[in-house]
Design a protein around this ligand. Structure first.
Ligand SMILES: [Zn+2]
Ligand SMILES: [Zn+2]
Length: 376
């Protein structure tokens, strides 16, 4: 935070430089009530105001900090022992503090420790699955094994040996949080002995060593729909890690990696491939067999086909994920010049040369864009 842009703490609380402790406390109380985030859920400025007031109060209510601030301003609080003048992490706890301190916890609907015990969802799990090009196009069912946690059968996820329940945490007396006193504020922290659960395990389950869970290889079947592409992910709801303390499980995300194909290239739902023909086939026209992902397809090449010409086979591409229509297959012609001619072939080409018109003027710009497309 830039100290220059900070407002004067007395100004923030609306009190004079000579204000007594009671005035400061009273002023902060009013501001805290007014701008409390729980009371202004839709107003981000309220939270800012609340933080600003809390920061001002934390300084002016502390005799040492107030003296430093009176003498040197905001600069007097920088780099003091113990780091920043105000620990922003405390804000997280203020909802609780105010609730207890001012005795209007119910008014704010954040009664003390209750907000800590809200149900937690299990973690999401990622699984990477590599599939073939064809499987992505046509869809498939896959059996996968996902390592994840499973509730321990022996202790039913409690972590305690059967017959011996958990016992109340001695540190927090079962509250799940510990109260710290700081000037007139009391600050709650999650109890580190029991991680906020309020209970500790006295007699850990021998099967899971008190964890309540064990690592298993979870087998499940994944239905991969036709038309998926590299980088797609499938969400399997509820197949992630189990939720702690009986919370709902997380989700499983299957990330798909599609292996490239030897000669088909995929662009969205269309496929592209390149097929070589020789100059005689290109000049005279011919019928060739081109591969598709299903049956080979007979394709008529008209006479005078140029290098780079493309032919479209409708519906031979990839299925749309959401419907029944399919993309197309584009066959690109690559006219190959013959090399290592026999004497006879050479003679034939020489005869051809004598009869063909020769025109070696530079080609007009844009010629290649005008290459004719043939559509089936
Ligand atoms: Zn167990
Ligand atoms: Zn505890």
């Amino acid at each position: 935070m830039n100290p220059v842009s900070k407002r004067d703490y007395y100004e923030v609380l609306g009190v004079g430089k000579d204000a007594g402790d009671q005035d400061i406390k009273g002023a902060y109380r009013e501001l805290a009530k007014k701008f409390h985030p729980d009371r202004n859920p839709d107003d981000p400025h309220a939270e800012e105001k609340f933080k600003e007031a809390s920061e001002a109060y934390s300084v002016l209510s502390d005799a040492q900090k107030r003296a430093a601030y009176d003498r040197f301003g905001h600069a007097g609080l920088q780099g003091a022992a113990g780091g920043p003048a105000f620990n922003p992490e405390q804000f997280a706890d203020f909802g609780d503090i105010l609730g207890d301190f001012f005795g209007f916890g119910d008014l704010f609907g954040s009664g003390g420790g209750r907000r800590r015990s809200r149900v937690q969802r299990g973690e999401d799990v990622r699984y990477d699955l590599e599939i073939t090009f064809e499987d992505a196009v046509f869809g498939m069912g896959a059996e996968i094994q996902v390592p994840r946690l499973q509730a321990c059968d022996r202790c039913r996820a409690t972590g305690s040996e059967p017959g011996s329940g958990p016992t109340t945490c001695p540190t927090c007396k079962g509250r799940g949080e510990v109260l710290y006193q700081q000037s007139f504020l009391s600050i709650r922290r999650t109890c580190s002995t029991c991680n906020g659960t309020g209970q500790i395990i006295r007699n850990p389950c021998v099967e899971c060593r008190g964890q309540g869970y064990r690592q298993v290889q979870h087998k499940l079947k994944v239905n991969i729909p036709a038309g998926v592409d590299d980088g797609n992910r499938l969400r399997l709801s509820g197949e992630g890690q189990p939720g702690p303390q009986g919370g709902p499980p997380g989700d499983l995300y299957v990330f798909l990696k599609v292996k490239p194909h030897a000669f088909f290239e995929r662009r969205e739902h269309d496929l592209h491939c390149t097929v070589p023909i020789n100059i005689a086939q290109a000049a005279l026209g011919c019928e060739i067999e081109v591969p598709t992902l299903e049956q080979p397809h007979k394709l008529k090449i008209p006479e005078g086909t140029q290098n780079g010409a493309q032919f479209r086979l409708r519906g031979k591409g990839v299925a749309q994920l959401n419907g029944s229509s399919r993309g197309d297959l584009y066959v690109h012609m690559q006219v190959k010049m013959p090399t290592r001619l026999t004497r006879e072939q050479r003679k034939l080409l020489e005869q051809l040369l004598e009869t063909l018109p020769v025109d070696n003027r530079p080609a007009e710009k844009g010629l290649f864009d005008k290459v004719k497309d043939y559509f089936m």
